[in-house]
Design a protein around this ligand. Structure first.
Ligand code: HEC
Ligand code: HEC
Length: 204
């Protein structure tokens, strides 16, 4: 009798241990969110919270976008985002300094011979629209902040990323440059889903 109870107790604590370990594993994985009653994102919650932003962040972080959205005065080049050669800098208007104006080299379209990339109004994104090095939470906040993003509400942001020529260039970058990996129509769908859920931002 006593032995039976001991066996039961041992069985119960073993089961409890399994639950605890499973809980630890689960909470070690996905990002914590304060709004969740569980303290971490379950798949069901992920569907309607800031995780909708994750695939968008992946596109924004692509070198084709990030090279023009630095948080300093130097455009970047290439897959490794090295500083622009010839010491090209932002200048007062994002178009470069004196004889190093963006448009002296960059034209309205990619140059097939010189491989200089091009699109209409080629210039550096303003400092307030710099994203390099931001985590998803800060990137999402910066993107949506109308004081920093050129006064765009969420609908205008979606529209910009659907139609803007500099954005679209990211899918036809010319030369040996890799286009943004997510197809553009899929990206626009991700943006619309995010907007429809009231454009939630992740906590980290
Ligand atoms: C050649 C440089 C260049 C490239 C490449 C570029 N951008 Fe931009 N981006 C700009 C400039 C300049 C502005 C500001 C334009 C304005 O306010 O009218 C801007 C503004 C934006 C904005 C609105 C501002 C904000 O902070 O929300 C978004 C969104 C954006 N770009 C997304 C992208 C994405 C996505 C890509 C890549 C697919 C990309 N950009 C590639 C130069 C660039
Ligand atoms: C003296 C000519 C010249 C000037 C001036 C110039 N660029 Fe460039 N830029 C180039 C060349 C050439 C490349 C291609 C380099 C390569 O592919 O290795 C390039 C590449 C880039 C890229 C990289 C695209 C990518 O994703 O790899 C960006 C971004 C860029 N330039 C932005 C600018 C901006 C913004 C300005 C003005 C502030 C500017 N450039 C001024 C010649 C110039």
């Amino acid at each position: 009798m006593a032995q039976g109870r001991m066996r039961l107790t041992a069985g119960l604590s073993a089961a409890f241990a399994v639950v605890t370990v499973a809980g630890m594993l689960e909470s070690a994985g996905p990002a914590r969110i304060s709004g969740s009653p569980f303290g971490y994102v379950t798949p069901a919650l992920a569907a309607d919270n800031g995780d909708l932003f994750a695939p968008i962040a992946e596109v924004l972080r692509h070198p084709r976008c990030m090279n023009c959205h630095p948080r300093d005065d130097r455009p970047r080049q290439g897959e490794d985002r090295h500083p622009h050669q010839q010491n090209v800098v932002r200048g007062d208007d994002g178009l470069g300094f004196t004889n190093m104006r963006c448009t002296s080299c960059h034209r309205e379209e990619n140059n097939a011979y010189s491989a200089v990339p091009g699109a209409p109004t080629w210039h550096l994104a303003p400092l307030s629209m710099g994203w390099q090095g931001l985590n998803n939470a800060d990137l999402c906040a910066a993107l949506k902040d109308e004081k920093r993003n050129g006064g765009r509400n969420v609908a205008a942001l979606v529209e910009h990323m659907d139609k803007d020529k500099l954005v679209l260039w990211g899918w036809e970058p010319g030369g040996k440059r890799a286009p943004v990996s997510t197809p553009h129509d899929q990206f626009v769908k991700q943006l619309k889903d995010w907007a429809a859920a009231d454009a939630p931002c992740p906590k980290s």
